[in-house]
Write a protein that binds this ligand. Structure first.
Ligand code: NAD
Length: 270
C-alpha cells in the first residue's frame, strides 16, 4: 500500500464525486494523510481535461508528485482505471507494487520585442501558436538556430508524445509512444506558395533540438498551452524544447499496453 500524503482532484459531476469519496475513505483508512498543497500522490477522478487541469495546478512541484487517474469520461489516455472497473484500484492498491511511468513535457518560453522573457510555461499535451484575430499567422521557423521554413496559415501545433493522441492526431500528426523523449510539430492549414513554403509533413524533433518561432507580426499573438489561452500584444520569439528539468510521473498497477489503448479508443474492439 502507498504511504505518505495524497490529494484527490475531482471533476464536478456526481459519478466522479462518488468515486472520489470512496477513494478518500480507503486512503485514510490505510494510514495516508490528505495534503492539498504538497501531496506525494495526486488522484484524479474525471477525464483527460481533469488531468490537464490537475497537471497545471501542481506543475511547480510536478517532480515530487505521482499521479494516478480514474477516468469517468469518454476517453482516458492518462488513465488505467475506468468508471466500470474503478473498484479494482482498491484491490490493486493493497495487493500490487506499482510501476512508475515518466512522460516528457514541453517547455515554452516567449519573449517580447526587447527580448525580455514574458512567458514560461510547461505543457502536458501541446502548445499551439496562432493569431488572436484569426487572421493568417505568418512566422519564420528555426531549428537549432538554422532557418527551416517560412510558415503562413492558421498556426502551428507542437505536441508531447502523450499529447500526440490529442489535437496533434486531428491535424494528421503521428501517434507516438508516450515514453519517447521527443516532440512533434504539425502545421494547421498551411498556405503554400512561392513566398511561404513549408515541408507540409509533421516533423519529429529530438530531446536536444530547439524550435524557435519568430512571428512576422508582433501583436495579437495567441499561445495556447493545453486548455489555456494566453494573448499577447507583443511577441518577438517563442522557444520550444522538451523540458529538461521536469517530467510527469504516473503510477500504474496494471500494464495496459499503450497500443491497446490506442486501438480501444480510436479503432474499437473487434
Ligand atoms: P475538451 O474537454 O473539449 O477535450 C477535447 C478532447 O480531447 C476530449 O475528448 C479529451 O478526452 C481529448 N484529449 C485530451 N487530451 C488527450 C490526449 N492526451 N489523448 C487523447 N485525447 C485527449 O477540452 P479540454 O478539456 O480543454 O482539453 C484540451 C485539449 O483538447 C487540448 O490539449 C487539445 O489536445 C484538445 N483539443 C483538440 C482539438 C481537436 O482535436 N481538433 C481541438 C482543440 C483542442
Amino acid at each position: 500500500m502507498l504511504k505518505g500524503t495524497f490529494s484527490v482532484e475531482i471533476r464536478d459531476d456526481d459519478v466522479s464525486q462518488e468515486i472520489a469519496t470512496k477513494l478518500k475513505r480507503l486512503l485514510l483508512f490505510n494510514g495516508m494523510e490528505e495534503s492539498k498543497k504538497t501531496p506525494d500522490y495526486v488522484f484524479i477522478v474525471g477525464g483527460d481535461g481533469t488531468v490537464l487541469r490537475t497537471f497545471n495546478k501542481y506543475v511547480d512541484i510536478v517532480n515530487d508528485v505521482k499521479f494516478l487517474s480514474i477516468h469517468t469520461g469518454h476517453l482516458g489516455f492518462y488513465t488505467d482505471y475506468s468508471v466500470q472497473n474503478f473498484e479494482k484500484i482498491f484491490h490493486d492498491m493493497v495487493s500490487i507494487e506499482p510501476v512508475i511511468d515518466q512522460y516528457p513535457l514541453l517547455r515554452i518560453n516567449a519573449y517580447c520585442k526587447d527580448n525580455n522573457l514574458i512567458a514560461d510555461y510547461y505543457s502536458l499535451n501541446e502548445v499551439t501558436v496562432d493569431s488572436v484575430t484569426g487572421s493568417t499567422y505568418a512566422a519564420r521557423v528555426y531549428i537549432n538556430g538554422e532557418h527551416f521554413e517560412n510558415f503562413r496559415g492558421d498556426g502551428l501545433c507542437i505536441s508531447t508524445p502523450t499529447g500526440s493522441t490529442a489535437y496533434n492526431k486531428s491535424l494528421g500528426g503521428a501517434v507516438i509512444h508516450p515514453q519517447m523523449d521527443l516532440f512533434q510539430v504539425t502545421e494547421i492549414a498551411a498556405l503554400n506558395n512561392l513566398v511561404y513554403r513549408t515541408l507540409g509533413n509533421p516533423i519529429i524533433l529530438s530531446k536536444d533540438d530547439e524550435l524557435v518561432i519568430i512571428p512576422n507580426e508582433y501583436d495579437d499573438h495567441r499561445i495556447r498551452v493545453d486548455y489555456m489561452d494566453f494573448n499577447y500584444n507583443t511577441v518577438s520569439k517563442i522557444k520550444i524544447t522538451l523540458a529538461e528539468d521536469k517530467k510527469i510521473s504516473f503510477i500504474r498497477y496494471n500494464d495496459v499496453d499503450f497500443w491497446k489503448r490506442v486501438k480501444r479508443s480510436f479503432i474499437g474492439d473487434e
